[in-house]
Structure formats: structure tokens, C-alpha cells
Design a protein around this ligand. Structure first.
Ligand code: 6PG
Length: 463
């Protein structure tokens, strides 16, 4: 057995950054990549940190370089590559060696692996992109506490810190870590879509140019919206394109890519029966963005949109409101999953974990952690601090959605947020009509409002 503290397989962008982060924090990391040349190039570029990197050309060399019981992080593409990697690694491992999947795995795969693998296994979500992986990501753990304890010193050392507190935690059992990462990405999609819609209103409704918008986003980043995503939106809007001598944003094709995690969140929300319409709207919006050709044809057929008359303060307040409603849905989904999968997952722990390092990090997440502590078991909309923000800003969201709809400008995520709010604050909804219809055509039965009697039928049952 060797002396390296931890192993890492997969020296892609995220894997390389994570390995350097580990070495920088004083741990010795043994690394392996399928393409051996990449391993050597990595060590050459590691500079001073190379003294704490052990380059391994084979899996046998990797496992031989590690202290026992071993701990090996996998940073390979999600899906089959993870299973294949585990299979090829297995002959070189001892029974109590720990494998950690730190990729963007589907949590159902993680649950399956944990059930079928006869060895310690952790499913860990890592967020923060390359920069985060290199200097401090948010790390969302799932699995057995004893297994987590074995790598906790490394994972907390490399994680981002919020006012000194590490953003690395075991958040629940088996697939919980990867589930939380998927919901993080669902929220990420929604947060980005809400910002993109605001950008669209400034561009098409108010006729603003990207450098002006950069200033607006910059100002918003000083207030309640302060967040990484607003900060980078300001930088993206400010970027200049040398080739056209104009804003870079104007030459970026308007079709969003996606690797699937946002979609997984929408799919799982349907399985759980939990409403996340803002996230679903964001996933659908990415799908619509991909249909560029059709959009061109329909723009010719139906014409474009009108100008808007909106104050920038109103837009800011609408964005705050949409954001609170979107996070409400994401956190409610976590609560529903904890119940369905019997996880000890606590929303305040997740909110704390997301305060630094990850893509959706923001000042508001600290307040959310506090809100869940103050009002355990309640939705964010009921927590006094956020209830007040909603009361203050819902008028602005309504004004923006109404104005945008009137002008023919698309705001699918904002409209979904408003629809959710209006539906959820309606004590007497409209599903009584649906129940009447279901009973009419299928004798599905309904519950009476006045007596509480269930399995009731309308007069059509006797016909
Ligand atoms: C993160 C990001 C990261 C990655 C996503 C982007 O938290 O660091 O979410 O995981 O950027 O893969 O996802 P899409 O390609 O689906 O936008």
C-alpha cells in the first residue's frame, strides 16, 4: 500500500481542478486518466502542487499508491462510464475501500449502485463549475455517515466556505446528495431563465443595449438580488466582441444547451407529484430556444412584439418575487423527496450548503436557511421574512407579466411563478369542477365540502 491520501479518476476539466484543489489543501492525491498522456500533461502543468500528485498510468498503480482503506473519487461522465469505471476498478480494491461518485449522476443510478455494489459508496454532488472545483465548490453528500466521515476532512478542506463554515455536508442517505444536486440545477435553470426573461424585456421592450443592462445588473447585484448569477450576467452583458466591435451578447446564438440535470428535476417532480412550474417552464424554455428555425418561420408568419413601458425598479422587484417563488418550489420538492425516500434531508442544511461555492449561491440563501430554522416544516412562502418580500413584490411581478403579455413578449418562467402564487393563495380553488367532470365520465367519486363525506356521486350516476 502507498501513502497517497485519496485517489481521483478522470482528469477532465472538473476532475483536474478538483485534484489541484485537493493537493493545494495539503493532501496527496493519486490520479488516473484513461488517456495516459493527459495524466502526464496534468502533472506537468500542476507546478509546485505536483509534489503532492502521484501520476498513475494504470488502475493497479493507482490503487497501489493509496493508503488503506482506500478512498477514490470518480470524475467521469455520468451514466454508463461510471458503471464501467467501477467494474474495471473493482479487481484492484479491497472490500472496505470507498468509491465516491462526484459527477452529475442521476440519483436513481446512485441508489441502484449503492444497493448493488458490495462496497462503501458515496454519491456526491459538486457545484461551482471549473472555478469552484479548483478553489472551493459546494459539496452535497449522500450515503452512509461512516463512509462520509472517512473523506470528510478532505471534502470540507476543499469546499467553499461561507463566513468560515464549509459548504460540504452529508445531506442524507443513499441518493440524497445527487438528488440535491439535480434540484440545485433545476433552480439554476429557473434562476437563469428568469434573468434571461428580464434581459429580453430590457432588450425588446425597453430598447436597451447590453452595456446599459450590464450597469443595471451590476446595481441589482448590490441589493436583494446579490448573487453569482446576477454578477456574471452583468459581465456577460458588458463583454465586447472585437470581431464586430459590438456587444458579445448580440452575436451569441440564442439556443441554450443542456446536459439533462434540469430535465431530471422536472421528471422527478412529476414522479413526486410536487409542483415546480417555474423550473418546468425554464426547462421548456430551453427546449423552445433550440427550435430556432421554427421560431424564424413563426416570426415571419405572426410578426414580432411591441415596446414596453416599465420601470427598472419594477423589473427588479418582479425578479426578486420570481426568484423567491422558484426557490420555494425547489425546497418544497426537497421536502417531498425526503418524505418519499425516507431521507433525513433538512432544507436548512441544503440552504446552508448552497450559500457559497455553487452556481446558485446568493445572499438570499442565508436568509432561507434561517427561515427554515424559524419555521420548520413550513414552505418559504409562509416564513415571515419571505412572506413580507412576497407581499412587497408580487404587485411588480403581476405588472411585468401583464405588460409583457400585452406587448407579446415571452415571460414563461415569470408567468409560471405568478400562476403558482395565485393558485396557491386561493383557498377555494377550481378543482371541484375537475372532480365533477371525473365523476361524470368515470364515476370516480368526489368528497362533499359541506359534510366531508367521500365517494359521493352526482345525479348522472343514476342515469
Ligand atoms: C454546477 C453546474 C454544473 C454544470 C451543468 C450545467 O452546479 O456547477 O450546474 O453542474 O454547469 O452541467 O448544466 P447544463 O449543461 O444542463 O446547463
Amino acid at each position: 500500500m502507498g501513502q497517497a491520501d485519496i485517489g481521483l479518476i478522470g482528469l477532465g476539466t472538473m476532475g483536474s481542478a478538483l485534484a489541484l484543489n485537493i493537493a493545494e489543501k495539503g493532501f496527496t492525491v493519486a490520479v488516473f486518466n484513461r488517456t495516459v498522456a493527459k495524466t502526464h500533461a496534468f502533472v506537468e502543468e500542476a507546478g509546485e502542487l505536483a509534489e503532492r500528485v502521484v501520476a498513475c498510468d494504470t488502475l493497479e498503480a493507482l490503487t497501489g499508491a493509496l493508503k488503506g482503506p482506500r478512498a477514490i473519487i470518480l470524475m467521469v461522465p455520468a451514466g454508463n462510464p461510471v458503471d464501467e469505471q467501477i467494474e474495471s476498478l473493482d479487481p484492484y480494491l479491497d472490500a472496505d475501500d470507498l468509491v465516491i461518485d462526484a459527477g452529475n449522476a442521476n440519483f436513481r443510478d446512485t441508489m441502484r449502485r449503492m444497493e448493488t455494489l458490495e462496497r462503501p459508496f458515496l454519491g456526491v454532488g459538486v457545484s461551482g463549475g471549473e472555478e469552484g472545483a479548483r478553489h472551493g465548490p459546494a459539496i452535497m453528500g449522500g450515503g452512509n455517515p461512516d463512509h462520509w466521515a472517512r473523506v470528510e476532512p478532505v471534502l470540507t478542506a476543499i469546499s467553499a466556505k461561507f463566513e468560515g463554515a464549509p459548504c460540504a455536508a452529508l445531506l442524507g442517505e443513499n441518493g440524497a446528495g445527487h438528488f440535491v444536486k439535480a434540484v440545485h440545477n433545476g433552480i439554476e435553470y429557473a434562476d437563469m431563465q428568469l434573468i434571461a426573461e428580464t434581459y429580453g424585456l430590457m432588450r425588446d421592450g425597453l430598447g436597451m443595449a447590453p452595456p446599459q443592462m450590464a450597469e443595471v445588473f451590476g446595481e441589482w447585484n448590490e441589493g436583494r438580488l446579490a448573487s453569482y448569477l446576477i454578477e456574471i450576467s452583468a459581465e456577460v452583458a458588458a463583454a465586447h466582441d472585437a470581431a464586430t466591435d459590438g456587444p458579445l451578447l448580440d452575436v451569441i446564438v440564442d439556443a441554450a444547451g443542456q446536459k439533462g440535470t434540469g430535465r431530471w428535476t422536472a421528471i422527478e417532480a412529476q414522479h413526486l407529484g410536487t409542483p415546480i412550474p417555474v423550473i418546468e417552464a425554464a426547462v421548456a424554455a430551453r427546449n423552445m430556444s433550440a427550435q430556432r428555425e421554427l421560431r424564424g418561420v413563426l416570426a415571419d408568419a405572426f410578426g414580432g412584439a411591441d415596446k414596453l413601458d416599465l420601470k427598472l425598479d419594477t423589473l427588479e422587484a418582479a425578479l426578486i418575487c420570481g426568484k423567491v417563488l422558484c426557490y420555494t418550489q425547489g425546497f418544497d420538492m426537497l421536502r417531498a423527496a425526503a418524505e418519499a425516500f425516507d431521507w433525513t434531508l433538512m432544507r436548512e442544511d441544503v440552504a446552508r450548503n448552497w450559500r457559497a461555492g455553487c452556481i446558485i449561491r446568493s445572499a438570499m440563501l442565508d436568509d432561507m436557511a434561517e427561515a427554515f430554522e424559524v419555521a420548520p416544516g413550513r414552505t418559504l412562502m409562509e416564513a415571515p421574512y419571505f412572506a413580507e418580500i412576497l407581499s412587497e413584490t408580487i404587485g411588480a411581478l403581476r405588472e411585468v407579466v401583464v405588460a409583457a403579455s400585452g406587448a407579446g413578449l415571452p415571460v414563461p418562467a415569470m408567468a409560471a411563478a405568478l400562476g403558482y402564487f395565485d393558485t396557491m393563495r386561493m383557498a377555494r380553488g377550481t378543482a371541484n369542477m375537475i372532480q365533477g367532470q371525473r365523476d361524470y365520465f368515470g364515476l370516480h367519486g368526489f368528497v362533499r365540502e359541506d359534510t366531508g363525506d367521500s365517494d359521493q356521486h352526482g345525479p348522472w350516476a343514476d342515469e
